[in-house]
Design a protein around this ligand. Structure first.
Ligand code: TMO
Length: 323
């Protein structure tokens, strides 16, 4: 199900537009239909999507945001129900993206410079209780340290919300791990779990990712699982166990891509051109998350502030497409 909402960002869009006013009229695409941008449930994606939406508005284009499931979105882009996706994380969405690509209707609109990782993670104090970390076998031998009321004799791993990764349980099962995998209801529940554990330095293992604000708040490490092998999520022979899927960690140096509906290029050629130029780095993405998760700004406001502070980053993308 797609929940639609349209934000009126007249003031913020106008603020950005001032910077471009000299050349603004030639920047808008002919179509006044809104470019529909999907919004998910982690902060960098929400801020980045609003930032790009505000760039499009500053060019004179119309924009609409829709909140969508972060796996189902690839089908929505393929069908043209939404028109782009700004954060295709390899670990969480590589499979859904690849499947939609094979069906046709969306394409790869280029990589960000950012290098990504998403996996089981622990704050550093956990290692004092389980010194064999980050090896996954050492984690498994320490499973008892992670017991909770709901996990019984097993350790508890707090995974992300169900729409991020479909295979946390399969991983634990494939590797015969003594862990119960519980899905968090939201990103905020992950940060609350780490924050609560911090008080008495309780060992905890949760889903986390980089780039993110969290790395500046809680030093920590990813658990080292058997190294990712291409196809580990669709070919049982890949990875160390011959008859299991998901017997590998997620890619340790994953991509972060942009994706576009095939029709975007013809309908909004200038906005499409800008999409192909957009390229964020790890520190820029961590900063976008920080503005919301640490500084507690609203995402729309965080996007406006980010754009104001980083004109030298994004203005060249627009100028390159204004011909
Ligand atoms: C999709 N995510 C960045 C939250 O792992």
């Amino acid at each position: 199900m797609i929940r639609k909402f349209t934000t009126t960002l007249a003031a913020t869009a106008a603020a950005v537009a001032i910077c471009l006013s000299a050349s603004a009229p030639s920047l808008a695409d002919d179509s006044s239909d809104p470019i529909i941008i999907p919004i998910h449930n982690w902060s960098s994606q929400i801020v980045m999507s609003n930032a790009v939406g505000q760039i499009y508005q500053s060019m004179g284009n119309n924009v609409e945001y829709v909140t969508t499931d972060s796996q189902a979105v690839y089908e929505s882009v393929r069908l043209g129900d939404v028109h782009l996706e700004l954060e295709v994380w390899e670990g969480a969405f590589g499979k859904s993206f690849r499947e939609a690509l094979e069906k046709g209707g969306l394409h790869d609109a280029g990589d960000h410079d950012a290098v990504t990782r998403e996996d089981w993670w622990y704050p550093m104090w956990t290692k004092e209780a389980c010194p064999g970390l980050p090896d996954w076998k050492a984690l498994n031998e320490c499973a008892h340290l992670f017991k909770t009321a709901e996990s019984g004799d097993k350790g508890r791993y707090l995974d992300g919300p169900v729409d991020w990764l479909k295979h946390g349980k399969e991983r634990a099962e494939a590797l015969g791990m003594n862990f119960v995998v519980v899905n968090a209801g939201s990103a905020a529940a992950l940060w609350a779990e780490i924050g609560a554990a911090e008080k008495d330095k309780r060992p905890v293992v949760v889903f986390n990712w980089t780039p993110n604000f969290a790395e500046a708040v809680w030093p920590g490490e990813f658990v080292e699982f058997p190294e990712w092998e291409e196809g580990c999520d669709k070919d049982p022979t890949k990875g160390p166990i011959p008859d299991k899927l998901y017997d590998c960690g997620n890619p340790a140096k994953g991509y972060l891509k942009k994706a576009a509906w095939d029709g975007m290029k013809d309908k909004w050629p200038k906005a499409y051109c800008v999409l192909t130029k957009i390229n964020f780095t790890n520190p820029q993405i961590a900063e976008m998350a920080k503005l919301v998760d640490t500084d507690e700004q609203e995402p729309e406001e965080a996007a406006t502030n980010w754009l104001k502070a980083n004109e030298s980053v994004w203005k060249p993308w627009v100028e390159a497409c204004s011909g």
